[in-house]
Design a protein around this ligand. Sequence first.
Ligand SMILES: C[S@@+](CC[C@H](N)C(=O)[O-])C[C@H]1O[C@@H](n2cnc3c(N)ncnc32)[C@H](O)[C@@H]1O
Length: 320
Amino acid sequence: MSNETTETTVQDEKGAIEQKGAVEETSGSVAVVDGAGGKKRKSSNSRIAPITSEGDMPQKKYYRQRAHCNPLSHNDNFQYPLRPDKMDWTEEHYPGWEKYKPSGTTADAVVPTVLDIGCGFGGLTVALATILPNETILGMEIRAKVTEFVRLRLLALRKEVPGSYENASVMRTNSMKFLPNYFRKGCLNKLFFCFPDPHFKRKNHPRRIVSERLLSEYAYFLAPGGKLYCITDVKELHEWHVAKCDAHPLFERIEDEKVLAADPCVNAMVTETEEGKKVARNKGDKYYAVYKYRDDLVQNGEREWQMESFFDTFPEESKE
Ligand SMILES: C[S@@+](CC[C@H](N)C(=O)[O-])C[C@H]1O[C@@H](n2cnc3c(N)ncnc32)[C@H](O)[C@@H]1O
């Protein structure tokens, strides 16, 4: 799989893949100038961004991209493995794995264990690399330029402090569609959903990244005792997260304030993401919830499966 994806690939919104070059800002899309200076596409009001060499820290202003997309109709030509065992994570994502993994670990045992889903510019992905040195962190992001920013950011950080950030990487994908292609049952310890797109309109609620159906998928990938973290500045979305997770038989909310305070990931999720920092600057509120994956509750008969646990219901009024 990793052989199929080149290191400096830039993919535009139409899905065409171009390689190696300066990224040119146009109105909402990415154009590419090749290394020899020959322009592939041009926009009259465009500005040329300098090439960020691998190892240099990228500048965010050159990697901004239109904020919202429809993840249900976003049919960009994503590359993905047929099944998880076809994926080699060591080559492209965690090349330094031998330095931080215990001796005896084989390459095929190197898989992500913590996902920052919809990682944006990667603030949490970067922070988790240090907070969880024994975990393997993966930021997942649907926007091409933003993903490229995080990739370059991590390379620059690795260069700055040799040996650091080897356990963090980023991947461009639509996580609402392709998680089963990448991950095996029970392989994840933590899942983060930080400031996900709220998709306010009722007819767009199926685009939300926390839903009954997806929670069942997330439960499948989590190891027993694994945790799901969600945070937002939109109260209504927080209430949606809590309602969906509370209703799911495989998740139990962690309410004990002492337990939450002792978890450094909670503080990181509140303070380290770019969106979280923006909310703090604007003195806005943040609402979060943490859930534990409890397969034992169903096995012991304390909770019951219901069809609603697996399928989203679409009430008539949602079809407006
Ligand atoms: C509002 S931003 C939050 C970014 C980051 N978590 C933060 O807190 O700064 C939501 C991000 O999720 C990404 N996203 C939305 N749907 C996605 C999907 N299906 N798969 C992967 N990323 C997605 C968006 O491109 C966007 O960068």
